[in-house]
Design a protein around this ligand. Sequence first.
Ligand SMILES: [Zn+2]
Length: 232
Amino acid sequence: MNEELLAIVRIWENANAVSDLEARCRALVESERKARKDLKLAIAELDEQRARRKQIRQREARLLSKLDTHQRQLRNTRKLIDLGQASDYQLATRQVESCKATIGDLETQILCSMEELDQVDLQIEKQRERVEACKRAVASSREATRQELPGLEERLSEFREVLPRLESELRLFHLEHIKRLRQSGQSIVSRLRDGCCSSCHFMLAPQMVNEVQSGARVHTCRHCGRYLVPAD
Ligand SMILES: [Zn+2]
């Protein structure tokens, strides 16, 4: 193969390898970042559930204290009625009924609160497991980064170091053409396939097909401008 074309293919392969390695590095870093974010969210949710539990317990304590007050009041009023010491019998009887109704209402509220507490306890238990799973995910992604990243970065710097030498084998107009292709976001090389440029499907003249296939000359696609290389 023509030496310049060979250098162009190597530059292309080098760029592909660099881009694959960079993608892998980014994926590792991103995976660790996501695991940490998930853990943070899971912990925040657990904190919220614990705060909710605390609120329910506080409300329950207030209800129990009210219940205690009303039960005492009920006992005292009944005692006065039983001893015939109530100053107003009818008022005392109404107080007993009202106390009983309030006690019934408080007991219902306490039961609801206890059920709510059971549910929150279950949610807290599940959330604790989720937090533990998130911690394991953080540890494993951190370990993957620790193990893989240095090797990937080393290979990246090797590929980057080779690039100037490969570029020095090319004449300036090729370097400028490569730069233009890169700036437009295109791959610099396209393979020949069935007599066409495999990137843009432009059909080549038979003589050009032969020359590309033999690799004897450097050709660019007249349509997309990529360097043409023989089929695999
Ligand atoms: Zn093309």
